[in-house]
Design a binder for this molecule. Structure first.
Ligand code: G3P
Length: 222
């Protein structure tokens, strides 16, 4: 499973990169706006750090506008993946941009029917929003399972990018469902490291070591 960070915060992205587990980044207009920095400059810096796919979302909702923004973003850096909403116009834009060799991530996907449409239009990624479905008393992970199943049935090449993951168990469930990618906020990635038994175990090892008072560690390391 590939791990993407769902953030436009460069400090978080640098830290994720240093952890050695980061494969890409997803952004959206809300996340970019939160940083209060120039849009293009932010995207270019993220691409430089990640050296992997970086989803950059269009703000236009009409076909011409989406195509214009998508083509412009794609020229910024080879790592840019154009993020489009899963609407009728979005699917048309997906088909057109894909035919031009531009990678596309179809976002705001909330149903298996939408996922089928974007796969047929040649999307590189589909982004089912897990947490937002859970928010309305539906089941986001069930949707991820359905999409993975359908794509396997027809050998679609579109990758399932589980988004709106709010906690570590969402990541685990998305992995169990076979999602190709999980995109998560930095705090979720951090939470995945923690286990109280790891901390307790380390504490015990350190105490036992100290008690034994062995003097030969430095010598043994030479
Ligand atoms: O990748 C989509 C993500 O930003 C949405 O997450 O938590 O706002 O539903 P959330």
């Amino acid at each position: 499973m590939k791990f993407f960070l769902d953030t436009a915060n460069i400090k978080e992205i640098r830290e994720g990169q240093q952890m050695g587990v980061l494969d890409g980044v997803t952004t959206n207009p809300s996340l970019v706006a939160k940083e209060g920095r120039a849009f293009k400059e932010t995207v270019l810096e993220i691409c430089e750090v990640v050296q992997g796919p970086v989803s950059v979302e269009v703000t236009a909702t009409d076909l011409e506008g989406m195509l214009e923004q998508g083509r412009a973003y794609a020229k910024w850096n080879r790592h840019v993946v154009v993020k489009l909403p899963t609407t009728r116009e979005g699917v048309k834009s997906c088909k057109a941009l894909t035919q031009e060799g531009i990678k596309v991530n179809m976002t705001l996907c909330f149903s298996a029917t939408q996922a089928l449409l974007v796969a047929k239009a040649g999307a590189t990624y589909v982004s089912p929003f897990v947490g937002r479905l859970d928010d309305i008393s539906s089941n986001g992970i069930t949707l991820v399972q359905e999409i993975v199943h359908i794509y396997k049935n027809y050998a679609y090449s579109t990758q399932v990018l589980a988004a709106s993951l709010r906690h570590p168990m969402h990541v685990v469930e998305a992995a169990l469902a076979g999602a190709h990618v999980g995109t998560m906020p930095f705090k979720v990635l951090e939470m995945m490291f923690h286990h109280p038994l790891t901390d307790l175990g380390l504490e015990k090892f350190a105490k036992d070591w100290e008690k034994a008072n062995l003097k030969d560690l430095e010598k043994a390391m030479k």
